[in-house]
Write a protein that binds this ligand. Sequence first.
Ligand SMILES: [Zn+2]
Length: 154
Amino acid sequence: MSYELKSFWDKVDIKSTDECWEWNGGLHTKDGYGETKYVGNNIYEKLAHRIAWILHHQKEIPKGLLICHTCNNKRCVNPSHLYAGTHGDNNVDTFNAGHCGSGRPLKFKEGELWLMQRMRDKIPARIIAKCFKTTILTIYRNTVSNKIRQRQLS
Ligand SMILES: [Zn+2]
């Protein structure tokens, strides 16, 4: 692990995939997001959750996209709770009425989501994404937000 990665994740309260990993770096913005500094090749980032996404996916955030939380916890930097979405995504889902919604309406059938959810516990998201001919982010988005939904219903 590079120094850069280590010094970042050292400041994170890392737990299981399902739980929120809160930023413990101390600083946070007025909005409540974790704040630090990351300088990449062409990137300068200050928000911890955006940096977590970049470090995890090893690429830049696509232009014009926001990094949204499926968990609505602004201090959370767990890569499985983060996805790249548009400003439009923020308004679509009323379930997560916070800063970022959980994304576009689901395109999968109930049975598919059930299967996806079961697979998610055992199989890496990239493999599941291949099975469903979709992106890893879609898998994260649907499985995590469903878990939160179930938790709220029970
Ligand atoms: Zn979270």
